[in-house]
Design a protein around this ligand. Structure first.
Ligand SMILES: Cc1cc2nc3c(=O)[nH]c(=O)nc-3n(C[C@H](O)[C@H](O)[C@H](O)COP(=O)(O)OP(=O)(O)OC[C@H]3O[C@@H](n4cnc5c(N)ncnc54)[C@H](O)[C@@H]3O)c2cc1C
Length: 353
């Protein structure tokens, strides 16, 4: 039996370090036990929360009224250029391992915290690269049909930080992810900031070992790698995604980026910099509500992240995020979309005048 019962509360199992307890908190290490447990909980209508590394969730301060399962399944199987990775494997450890096998294409995604099982949920991305480019299929337990099934990439409906898994939060349990990785250490540089630190032009290629090194260094300067001695990294990464607006609605001088070619709106819409919108709406790095010693604030190193440098609460996170969203809306008429998954909590209603 590999179901391990855990003590403590969600504060200890999430990177923002907020959240109350749970009626039941367990760690599961095999697919079969995971499926059996989920099936049993669903049969009894017990609320369920699946977690990997807890780096993209904001859980309510109140107790979770059901079972929280932390997925810790392990396994990496190569079949030629294809690799099947268990949901509980650590994402960044896998990027490093794939690089050691001569597969360097994932290195722009180095340093993103969390588990393999969560990577398709929001189609993780960084420095111009998205996981969807590599996914062949995702094996899931489908809680609606009560079947184990394989979902092809089109069935996963990947979009910018979105997928069918994120849109249907209570339907799928990701068991494994199958990627196609070719043996190459030549990595295309697609993002200006990365190109600049590498003294190269966008569109050129660089050695994957160098790319990983530079990405990890760049991310560390923004507290975008988890680091127990850097309390600014107690976050969910970016709290808001870059909003997508029509070409004519891009605010003057706001950095904007084309959508991925797969997006049907690519001709008519642009992604605009949420960081620019926040800063230009008057929210500076380090901004906080309440008293000077408030633990919940905008990161001092990254205006898109909300950090918890002490014993802050979800209520404070929600208040600050609501304030930021309202300020941006009042300044630019653009509604910021929250990136992490909110569990039993929500932002204040946006006031539209
Ligand atoms: C410092 C920092 C930097 C970050 N930088 C980036 C970045 O550059 N790019 C980016 O895209 N993200 C980034 N993130 C967000 C986060 O790391 C990713 O979204 C990551 O994939 C979440 O993994 P996790 O295992 O921690 O997911 P969790 O937080 O545990 O879960 C996230 C969601 O996925 C669901 N989920 C988890 N596992 C499964 C499963 N097996 N089956 C079904 N559903 C599941 C959960 O229910 C929840 O809805 C960052 C976060 C932090 C803290």
């Amino acid at each position: 039996m590999t179901i391990e019962r855990l003590e403590g509360n969600l504060r200890e199992h999430t990177s923002l370090h907020v959240g109350g307890g749970a009626k039941q908190l367990v760690r599961v290490s095999t697919d079969q036990e995971l499926i059996d447990l989920v099936r049993d909980l669903d049969r009894r209508n017990v609320p369920l929360l699946i977690l990997g590394g807890g780096s993209n969730v904001v859980c309510a301060d109140s107790e979770f009224p059901g079972t929280v399962i932390i997925v810790s399944t392990q396994g990496i199987d190569w079949i030629g250029d294809h690799v099947v990775v268990a949901a509980g494997e650590d994402w960044d450890a896998f990027v490093s391992y794939a690089l050691a096998q001569g597969c360097g294409e994932l290195t722009p995604l180095s340093g993103i915290p969390g588990s393999m099982g969560a990577t398709p949920v929001q189609n993780i991305g960084a420095y111009g690269v998205e996981l969807a480019e590599f996914i062949e299929h995702v094996e899931v337990w489908d809680r609606t049909s009560g079947t184990r099934r394989t979902m092809t990439a089109p069935e996963c409906e990947f979009e910018y930080r979105d997928s069918t898994f994120k849109k249907n939060p209570n339907r799928y349990v990701v068991l494994t992810v199958r990627l196609k990785l070719i043996k190459t250490l030549d990595v295309p540089i697609k993002y200006l900031q990365l190109a600049n630190v590498m003294n190269q032009a966008v569109g050129t290629t660089a050695n994957a070992i160098e790319v990983r090194d530079q990405v990890l260094q760049l991310r560390a300067t923004k507290s975008m790698v988890l680091n127990s001695v850097d309390t600014e990294s107690n976050s969910t990464g970016s709290f808001f995604i870059n909003p997508i607006v029509g070409h004519s609605d891009v605010p003057q001088t706001c950095p904007s980026y084309p959508l991925p070619a797969s997006d049907p709106r690519v001709e008519t819409h642009m992604k605009v910099s949420a960081a620019w919108l926040i800063e230009n709406a008057g929210i500076t790095k380090g901004f906080h509500l309440g008293t000077e010693d408030s633990s919940i604030r905008v990161s001092r190193n990254h205006s898109l992240a909300i950090t918890n440098t002490g014993q802050g609460t979800t209520e404070e996170v929600v208040k600050l995020a609501s304030h930021i969203r309202q300020q941006v809306f009042d300044s630019y008429g653009i509604e910021l979309i929250v990136e992490p998954v909110l569990i039993n909590c929500e932002l204040d209603q946006l006031k539209v005048n």
